[in-house]
Structure formats: C-alpha cells, structure tokens
Write a protein that binds this ligand. Structure first.
Ligand code: PLP
Length: 265
C-alpha cells in the first residue's frame, strides 16, 4: 500500500484525487493525508486552505496506528509547519520509498506553497528522508538556487545538482523536462552514487496536462511499493504517464486545460 500526503484538487485532475486513481490503476491501496483543500478549475486557483497542524498530525498518526505504507508520495505542502510535521513523521517512523513532488504552483496559475523560504524548509525538514525528489524545471531552479539558464546547460546543471545533493543529503533527483521545448521530453535522474540516467519520451501535443506531476510521482511510489527498483519504477511510470497524456488528448473531459486520461478504453 502507499500513503499519499498531498492537497485535494476539487477539479479531480491533480493532487490527492490523481494519486488515488493512479495507485488504484497500479493495484495499490492508497491511504491519504490531506494537507490542504483547494478550489480550482482551468481558469486558476480560487482558494487554498491549509488543514492546520493539529489535523495534519492527527491524519498522519491515525494511518500509522493501523498500517505501514510500503511507499509514500508527498505533494502539496502549503506552509513551513506542514513540511516540518511531515518530515519529522517520516523520520520518526523510518518510512522508506519516499517520493517527493515539490509542488509550488498550480499549473493553471496560483501558488500552492507560499509565505516561507521553500528551499530552506525542504532542505532542513524533508530532503534528508527523501528517496526521490521529482521537480520540474521551475521547481528545480528554485530548490537548487540557480539561475534559470542553468537548466539549459547540461554541464552546469549536472555540477549544480551534484553540489546540491552533497550539501543536502538527497539520495536521488529526477529533473523533469516536460516544460522544456523540443520534440522530446527528457527527464534526467541524478543518483547519490554519481550515476546518471535519462528517460526520454516523444512529446505529445495536448492541452490536457493537469496532474502530470502527481500521476508520475504516485505511479513511481506505487511501483516502488510493488518491489520495483528505482530505475524500472521511473521508466514504467513515465510510460504510463505518456500513455495517459496521449489518451487525455483523445478523450478530453473538458474543453480547457484538462486532466490526463488514466483508464484503458
Ligand atoms: N497538488 C494540488 C493540490 C494541485 O492542485 C496541483 C495543481 O493544480 C498540483 C498538486 C500539481 O499539479 P501537476 O501535477 O499538474 O503539476
């Protein structure tokens, strides 16, 4: 089973809703801890509300009283105390296979994590206990503390990433290239032992991309829970994501910026 610690997306495409569907598709039971409730649609984020320290803590504790997740997916962490509580919980309980998607903005616009020093909080409270961090290019720029142009220069990106991993104790980072230009979408994996891997897929032209980061991270967590090694989990999850993007373009749920389509026809 996996545990998803993430925000609720009432439009159903991202956040905890995407995680439950993805895990079910991969035959994994998914317990949930809701960090925040959002009200949003294709026009943007209308409201986001943190559930509060006490509620977050109570959800985490009640899960662990009865179950032990084989993997954890962490998504939206709206404030510093949420990161602190989640990081402390993971460390205290020795949870393994922790996949962290450092969500900062709703893709339709609007901040999902605001009012605190995001890089500092991740570095201090969460990265030491993270198996895999899955930032997109903007999130990687923010967390690594580098100029945006570094993302376009493979050599500097590699050296900045190595320095970041050595400084923070992060084990593995998958920098997703979905928001870059070009016919191919390349995600680069940097591992703590110095090895590097690239995962490539053809770019699919679609406006229905809501939830891509959530689906990828919860699919990786589900596959790790199933005993897959990290490389196989990433490559199988990326394959699933590419298929869900293709099907999302063929079966649009709504006109504007819509969700992926996760199900077989
Ligand atoms: N988590 C929540 C609650 C969200 O609302 C969103 C986007 O709107 C995300 C995560 C990130 O979505 P995506 O997977 O499209 O990056």
């Amino acid at each position: 089973m996996i545990l998803s610690i993430a925000g609720s997306d009432n439009s159903g495409g991202a956040g905890i809703q995407a995680d439950i569907k993805t895990a079910a598709l991969m035959h994994q039971y998914c317990a949930t801890v809701v960090t925040a409730v959002t009200a949003q649609n294709a026009h943007g984020l209308r409201m986001a509300q943190y559930v509060g320290d006490e509620m977050l803590f109570a959800q985490l504790e009640t899960i662990l009283e009865e179950m032990r997740p084989d993997a954890v997916k962490v998504g939206m962490l709206p404030c510093e105390s949420a990161i602190r509580i989640v990081g402390d919980f993971i460390e205290r309980n020795g949870l393994k296979n922790v996949v962290v998607d450092p969500v900062v903005k709703a893709t339709a616009g609007g901040g999902l994590a605001e009012g605190y020093d995001i890089p500092l909080a991740y570095i201090r409270y969460l990265l030491p206990y993270t198996t895999l961090l899955t930032p997109n290019l903007d999130e990687a720029t923010l967390l690594l503390g580098v100029a945006p142009c570094v993302m376009n220069d493979a050599k500097s990106l590699s050296s900045e990433t190595e320095k970041f991993m050595a400084r923070t104790g992060l084990k593995n980072i998958l920098i997703k290239g979905g928001h870059s230009q070009g016919n191919q979408c390349v995600d680069n994996l940097y591992c703590g032992d110095g090895s590097r891997y690239a995962f490539t897929a053809e770019r699919v032209d679609s406006r229905h991309l809501h939830g891509t980061g959530c689906v990828l991270s919860s699919a990786i967590a589900s596959l790790l829970a199933d005993g897959r090694d990290l490389l196989k989990a990433i490559s199988d999850a990326k394959h699933l994501l590419t298929e869900a993007i293709k099907k999302g373009a063929e079966h649009p749920v709504k006109q504007d910026y819509g969700p992926l389509y996760l199900f077989a026809d």
